[in-house]
Design a protein around this ligand. Sequence first.
Ligand code: FES
Ligand code: FES
Length: 158
Amino acid sequence: MPVTFELNGRSTTVDVSPETPLLWVLRDTLNLTGTKYGCGIAACGACTVHIDGEAARSCVYPISSVSAKRVTTIEGLSMDRSHPVQEAWIEAQAPQCGYCQSGQIMTAVAFLKKTPSPTPQQVDAAMSDNICRCGTAQRIRKAVLHASELMQAQGGAR
Ligand code: FES
Ligand code: FES
């Protein structure tokens, strides 16, 4: 049955089995491969996207429940990597292998919307459920704190 939702600002319709996880619709049907598969059981955060502005783990989110909702993936954050979180990530050289980083960035963006001026401890708590096997947690903390500064300077979250 067709499902229509807003994807990165554009109305999108897919015709797949209703139980298909959003992750696989994004990657296999729509060819948006920035969102990664890590565990498939909502335990690692690699597949994090935004659904109606909230961070969500797309590997366990059936496409049928996305109907009429607003989905944002890493590809939709900005056209040119100019989102302050992306800029801060680049400046901090946060990624190592990079595999987990789309999910990290999407989690950070949703977190900073709710907590525009976080303490380092709040950053660590917010990011702790996004697993990074490369051990980039310190650089991620630095990037999130810097993104917060950039966003304040630019007049708030986006
Ligand atoms: S792949 Fe979705 S949380 Fe790990
Ligand atoms: S940068 Fe390699 S898993 Fe996080």
